[in-house]
Design a binder for this molecule. Structure first.
Ligand code: UD1
Length: 351
């Protein structure tokens, strides 16, 4: 069997890996590097257990840190392993610092890079993820795009070789996920009587003005706002005086719990990229707490609205949302991982 190597490090990487792992293990000797970017059980080990991903072969334990330093550490540690393992290809998932560190390491070791979730753009250069995405796509030799729009973005950047539009691997995982309504009961929620919110982007957590505006808006909503707390958001909130009336903070949730909470909510309010998509798959309206999105199709179809941290808009759209009639299948048919595996088999085994 030929060897293939995946580099992951943070929550969204693990979900994408979960979709591909069962296919990869059939045809490849699959080596997994966990960079250790996420290390808390809630953000890391819990996901491996829940999504049935095998224990990583390596954990680089890079931990948290400033972006450039973190990427450098990941690159230096990964390159040694890639040189030792000699895979035919390195798989990179999404746009985290771990993704870019892994891609740079593969390039340094002269091993081809396959990027899963290529071509996605918010066109906001202040986001670390946008810088990571653009850099990874420039390094990549094989590019797996989740949507037509992402394929088009690559064309605009004159990246034209080995591009495959396969659908979204996160949608594959979403379709296989069984709901866990225990979480609804545990919190004492009634379906469709609460909003589900997440905030973790640096742009929101590092600005007390923006963070205050968001929570002010939440206090004005007609139903309670359930919000799993990312460690960074928790830290930022502890430093400012804020009214949490109407807000129900909870510990970070599992993937299953997150999907269950979203599906049963009145509306999702988020600054996450992945959660905008999950709300769309769930046919639940979404308000994006940013001024841009990497998933323009969710906005174009009317299911997602960019409200940034505008208190009036947040309050208005939670009340006046008009449910669109159409829900186009922008994210594929739930077989993205199978398609990716077919391409890899063709490239590396000729069949
Ligand atoms: C990262 C990804 C982001 C993804 C998110 C999912 C980048 C640039 N961003 O952002 O795209 O949506 O993961 O959660 O890679 N921390 C802990 N425990 C942990 C990990 C982090 O407490 O296990 C705290 C640390 O204080 C750290 C902060 O959270 O400084 C941010 O973590 P980091 O991995 O840098 O970025 P995320 O915001 O999680």
């Amino acid at each position: 069997m030929k060897k293939i190597l995946s580099v992951v490090g943070a929550r969204p990487n693990f979900i994408k890996l979960a979709s591909l792992q069962p296919f990869l293990e059939k045809s490849f000797d699959h080596v997994i590097i966990h960079t250790g970017q996420h290390y808390d059980y809630d953000l890391s080990g819990g996901f491996f257990a829940e999504l049935a991903i095998p224990k990583p072969d390596y954990n680089l334990k890079v931990g948290s840190g400033e972006r450039i330093q973190q990427i450098k550490k990941i690159r230096e540690r990964c390159v040694k392993i890639i040189r030792k393992e000699k895979p035919v290809c390195v798989l990179i998932y999404g746009d985290t610092n771990s993704s870019l560190g892994g891609a740079e390491a593969a390039k340094a070791a002269k091993v081809p890079v396959a990027h899963i979730e290529a071509g996605v753009r918010s066109f906001d250069k202040s986001m670390p993820e946008e810088l990571n995405r653009v850099a990874i796509d420039r390094i990549s030799n094989i590019l797996f795009c989740p949507t037509k729009a992402s394929t088009e973005n690559l064309k605009q950047e004159k990246i034209t070789k080995n591009i495959f539009t396969v659908g979204d691997t996160m949608y594959d995982v979403f379709l296989k996920t069984k709901l866990d309504t225990q979480i609804i009961k545990k919190i004492g929620l009634k379906p469709k009587k609460y909003y589900f919110a997440t905030i973790h982007r640096q742009a929101n957590t590092n600005s007390s003005t923006r963070l205050k505006r968001l929570f002010l808006a939440f206090t004005k909503l007609k139903q309670i706002v359930v919000i799993p707390m990312h460690p960074r958001t928790k830290k930022a909130l502890s430093k400012i005086k804020i009214d949490l009336a109407n807000v129900y903070p909870i510990d970070p949730v599992t993937f299953k719990e997150s999907i269950t909470l979203q599906k049963n909510s009145l509306m999702v309010l988020t600054d996450s990229g992945g959660i905008q998509k999950e709300a769309y798959y769930s046919k639940v309206p979404c308000l994006t707490l940013r001024s841009n999105t990497e998933w323009p199709e969710t906005v174009k179809s009317g299911w997602n609205t960019l409200v940034d941290t505008n208190v009036k808009k947040i309050v208005y759209f939670t009340q006046k949302f008009i449910r669109p009639q159409k829900h186009p299948p922008y994210f594929g048919e739930g077989n993205a991982a199978e398609k990716i595996s077919r391409v890899l088999n063709q490239l590396y085994y000729g069949s």
